[in-house]
Design a protein around this ligand. Structure first.
Ligand code: UD1
Length: 365
């Protein structure tokens, strides 16, 4: 039986890698499932895509839809049209999507309209904030999903509340953490000007890419000023997402911040693991810091991953820059909370998913 595995952007690659490994292992043992890897091409450059395939040992995609950049609707439309054609040329028995990006939603809808069942990995999480494109993607994807693979009890509760029957929800854990634990002993120090002078435990890492934080010059500048102004001389390493780079091209950046290129997976997580703390608006980074026990400050008003705050090391600071200095003071004074690890974030999620898929697809035949 053929499963289409969909990936389009940087945070998808960490989520599919262990699923592909588990499918490959089972297939070598005589398991019934085969896969076809579909890259939508939403992220296309070496720094955002190619480097991740190499480091995470993901095979070359079987198909690349090459959609590239565009507005939300342009990307959605192009992915749907091109993936629909792939399915019409050769139908799959299941479309497996991960996460909450535009590629996730577009492929799930195209598949379901052709009556190809959809499995969603990382289903059910909700920020409640409809101004985020990702929240619309989560809602739309889950509306056409048959089988929901979840990372948390919150996700299970959200799905139940929206009327999803219990026998379609599978609480399996977090494939992003499978990738983290699989690679943690392979992390490598990054290479950039001044990298050799970094003292483990004596620098901060910043990542920002949400449209609400980075598309407006004034807002981005205010956040960076607040970070630079309260870092008390601690180096701040800022790998800059292409979206953020566009805005930064027109702003002078405080000197304390060391702007570097987007980092490959093993280098980025080396930086995070050895950081004193991380300031971010990413979702995935809050999960990784939770598992590595690194203090994390999230510059957003809501999170779809509340377990990183309740159980983990994450604190939701909001988007008002005035929240940054007191939080950094607490961190520098060594007063950050200790965290624990959420249930089933144990590195064994992908084999659970594959075992469940074998059972579900055998029954559906
Ligand atoms: C997308 C996802 C977001 C995810 C993020 C991780 C959606 C709605 N958003 O946001 O959930 O957290 O990826 O990176 O799907 N660009 C490049 N090179 C690339 C890819 C993009 O330069 O390889 C540029 C694009 O031209 C565009 C900008 O980066 O101007 C943003 O890319 P886009 O795919 O639109 O969304 P992201 O902001 O990356």
């Amino acid at each position: 039986m053929l499963i289409d595995i969909i990936a389009g952007t940087r945070p998808n690659f960490m989520k599919i890698a262990p699923i592909i490994r588990a499918l490959t292992t089972r297939s070598a043992e005589g398991g019934p499932l085969r896969f076809r890897l579909i890259h939508t091409g939403q992220h296309y450059d070496q720094r955002m895509s190619g480097a991740f395939f190499q480091q995470l040992e993901i095979p070359e995609p079987d198909v690349n839809l090459e959609v590239g950049s565009g507005t939300q609707a342009e990307q959605t439309g192009a992915i749907m049209v091109r993936y629909e054609q792939v399915l019409m040329d050769r139908r799959a028995d299941l479309c497996l999507v991960v996460g909450d990006v535009t590629s996730t939603m577009a492929c799930a809808i195209a598949a379901q309209k052709l009556h190809v069942p959809v499995a969603h990995v990382e289903a059910g999480i909700r920020s409640g904030d409809w101004s985020m494109p990702e929240e619309i993607n989560r809602l739309a994807t889950d509306a056409v999903t048959n089988w929901f693979f979840t990372t948390s009890a919150h996700a299970n509760a959200n799905l139940r509340r929206s009327g999803v029957e219990e026998d379609r929800i599978f609480f399996v854990g977090n494939t992003m953490i499978d990738t983290l634990l699989y690679n943690i002993d392979r992390f490598v120090p990054p290479v950039f000007d001044g990298a050799a002078d970094l003292e483990p435990g004596r620098y901060l890492v910043v990542t920002l890419h949400r449209p609400s934080n980075v598309d407006d010059v004034g807002r981005l500048r205010a956040m960076l000023d607040a970070i630079a102004g309260s870092a008390a001389g601690i180096p701040v390493i800022f790998p800059v997402h292409p979206r953020t780079a566009k805005t930064l091209a027109s702003v002078p950046v405080p000197e304390t911040l060391r702007l570097i290129e987007p980092q490959p997976y093993l280098e980025f997580n080396w930086l995070v693991k050895h950081a004193m703390g991380v300031i971010t608006d990413s979702g995935g980074v809050t999960e990784e810091t939770t598992v590595m026990g690194v203090p994390c400050m999230t510059l957003r008003d809501s999170t779809e991953r509340p377990e990183t705050v309740e159980t983990g090391t994450n604190a939701l600071l909001g988007t008002d820059p005035s929240a940054i200095p007191p939080a950094l003071e607490r961190l520098l004074a060594g007063q950050w909370k200790q965290g624990g690890i959420p249930e089933l974030w144990d590195g064994k999620t992908a084999p659970r998913i594959v075992a469940e898929l074998e059972r579900l697809l055998a029954r559906a035949r």
